[in-house]
Design a protein around this ligand. Structure first.
Ligand code: NAD
Length: 338
């Protein structure tokens, strides 16, 4: 199939080209992000492959449908940036990669937590300046502390298990579905309010839905245990950034590690080192010593990129051959994981 692959970086191309040896699609790699101004670049193709910060709203999907695109292959798990209602109406099928490597994201989450908690990011900067002083770098043991895991699906379950069985933490969890294996491992499910009130650290692994939008807002921060640390490797809009900044300023929040950010579409995946960043909230976040930000890289392992490329291209091959599409996203899933 002829596929227009939007928002590609050299690493995307490397893994897609390798996986395409088996599927033989005609891939056109585009650097441009997909939005209303770039949708026309899909002309002459039958499918579009897109990523987390591409915009697939009704207008863009309408333009793609006009160009004859009948398949959108998201090379990611989340699809909160796709208007599934519009896709259904236009007859555009959407597939995704539901589980490429939950280990990649879970391990990165633990890495962020350890770096933030033990001030590894600050130590690294100091040592580069030959500053070996330890003042201000005191951390806390993870062992024996209470960790709150919001969302115990593929990624959250790995994080909960690792914190419970690997580090000996008390682990609280909240989810709309309980995982009996986690309960057997000693993870205790509770309601979100109790989780916030009792946890030393909260790590977010639920999808972005209308219900979870700004899950961490001023009210949640006021009700949280003082000094709460937050890790977010899920989706930026789970957190209300101005409320988070106020929580950090008042020291109600003790530290934050973010791999995702609500307005990341204007920033992440690009080299902006010669630009003047206009996002004042983001810049303010970077000024706190107890804030650690990475640019949506939790998925970035060899294993995950291989799996993403293989699953995406085989879904496209299945669509071309008229086979069933196990990774199609259906409209009825909208309420749960859009
Ligand atoms: P998953 O679907 O396996 O698990 C999500 C869990 O959240 C499910 O158990 C679901 O029941 C639960 N949930 C839904 N609504 C909830 C709510 N209101 N409160 C608590 N729990 C709720 O998804 P996953 O594969 O574990 O991915 C989790 C998140 O991580 C997704 O949002 C995805 O977009 C994000 N992600 C980020 C990266 C990255 O590079 N940073 C990579 C992959 C996935």
């Amino acid at each position: 199939m002829r596929v227009a692959v939007f928002a590609t970086k050299p690493y995307d191309r490397r893994f897609l080209v390798e996986a395409n040896r088996r599927t033989g699609h005609h891939l056109t790699f585009l650097e441009a992000r997909l939005d209303a101004t770039t949708a026309s670049l899909a002309a002459g193709h039958q499918a579009v492959c897109a990523f987390v910060n591409d915009r697939l709203d009704a207008a863009v999907l309408g333009r793609l449908a006009e160009l004859g695109i009948r398949l959108v292959a998201m090379r990611c798990a989340g699809y909160n940036n796709v208007d599934l209602q519009a896709a259904g109406t236009l007859g555009v099928t959407v597939v995704r990669v539901p589980a490429y490597s939950p280990h990649a994201v879970a391990e990165f989450t633990i890495g962020l937590l350890l770096a933030l908690d033990r001030n590894i990011h600050r130590a690294w900067a100091r040592v580069r300046e030959n500053n070996f002083a330890l003042d201000g770098l005191i951390g806390r043991n993870l062992h024996g502390r209470t960790m709150g895991v919001v969302g115990t699906g593929r990624i959250g379950a790995l994080v909960a298990r690792s914190l419970r069985l690997g580090f000996g933490c008390h682990v609280l969890a909240s989810d709309v579905h309980r995982d009996p294996e986690l309960e057997a491992a000693g993870v205790r499910y509770t309601d979100p309010a109790t989780l916030l009130a009792e946890s030393d650290v909260v790590t977010l692994h639920c999808p972005l839905t209308p219900e979870t939008h700004h899950l961490i807002d001023a009210r949640a921060i006021a009700a949280a245990r003082p000094g709460l640390m937050i890790v977010n490797t899920s989706r930026g809009a789970l957190i209300d950034t101005p409320a988070l900044i106020e929580g950090l300023k008042s020291r109600r929040i003790g530290g934050v590690a973010l791999d995702v950010y609500e307005q990341e579409a204007d920033l992440f995946f690009e080299d902006l080192s010669n630009e003047i960043v206009q996002d004042d909230d983001f810049q303010r976040l970077l000024t706190f010593p107890n804030v650690l930000v990475t640019g949506h890289q939790a998925f970035l392992t060899e294993e995950a990129l291989t799996s993403i490329a293989e699953t995406t291209l085989s879904s496209i091959a299945d669509a071309e051959a008229g086979r069933p599409l196990p990774h199609a996203v259906h409209r009825q899933q909208v309420t749960r994981t859009a």
